[in-house]
Ligand binder design. Sequence first.
Ligand code: AMP
Length: 352
Amino acid sequence: MIPPGSTIGIIGGGQLGRMLSVAAAQLGYKTHIYDPHEHSCADDVAAYRTRAAFESVEAMQRFGESVDVATYEFENVPVEPLKVLGDKLSPGVRSLEAAQDRAQEKEFIEKCGGRVAPWRAVASLGDVEETIGQLRIPLVLKTRRYGYDGKGQAWIRSEAEAAEAWSAIGEEPAVAEAGVAFAAEFSVIIARWADGRHVFWDSPENEHRDGILRRSTVPCSHLVAQQVPSARTAALKIAEALGHVGVLTVEFFASAQGPVVNEIAPRVHNSGHWTIEGAVTSQFEQHIRAICDLPPGVTGLIRGHAVMENLIGPEIERWPELVAERGAHVHIYDKGEARPGRKMGHVTRVIR
Ligand code: AMP
């Protein structure tokens, strides 16, 4: 067990790092944020800070020496420099690698017995056109690396859109995947310990707009609930195959053929923010518990239902009205400029 009083290193200083730091502090840990930006929103709630490029092996080494355990809050960190952290890194590099490249991610999910949308790896406009013939439209192109919140994605709804979509994603190596006619979207959030113990939270039903999560609701609808057991089986197989320690999120489409995996996030996730006030133990606290090898916390829904809504871009300007709303739990990330599409905060309502 890594006892309270120890220092937890967090690679990435975004809102997830911020909320992990708050949860760590509650349990008596200090955090050390590693982030390349001059200021990151996790700094304000952390004891220590390293400002360095993720690529710097030297800085990573020093960071590793100053912490008792290290974790990451986003998956686009280059893997090589992290290797200097050795056993201190939790989850390990395998979990990161599995989620960094969309083609490898899909192969891995399929190997674990999970279902994904029909897909092909593409590296040229010719490949894209060939894939249209094989998988039919609609198709979505997604860059293999560095995509998030719908970035690096373009839909192809007619053959004529192929060239435009290929250029929109920057003519980069990508996957072309069939559009899934889903009835709903949901996620499975699991926390796993080194000895294999694991817990799930109730699965949130997720609504997206323009590729960005808008709202998560728990409990999910009956339709989704029917698919949760088989989705949990797939998520657990993925976590076990990775030897994952900490929280892992798997996003699913509820389709007529059953759950289809969209993607894996080897970390706490936006669709789990409701757990801060809606569940007995939040995803953030549980992640700290798992990587420090404290016992698992209870994950049950506190009461009724919980609805989490993101405050995206200028929506953050609604804060005066939201903080005046009785019972609304408002989270403001203090990220500075409210650019369109940027996640600036969220609000959770736990309703009887
Ligand atoms: P992603 O960044 O891959 O999680 O995609 C963001 C959102 O775009 C998803 O949550 C879906 O709403 C939508 N989307 C992505 N891929 C597909 C697909 N193959 N079929 C239907 N909708 C999709």
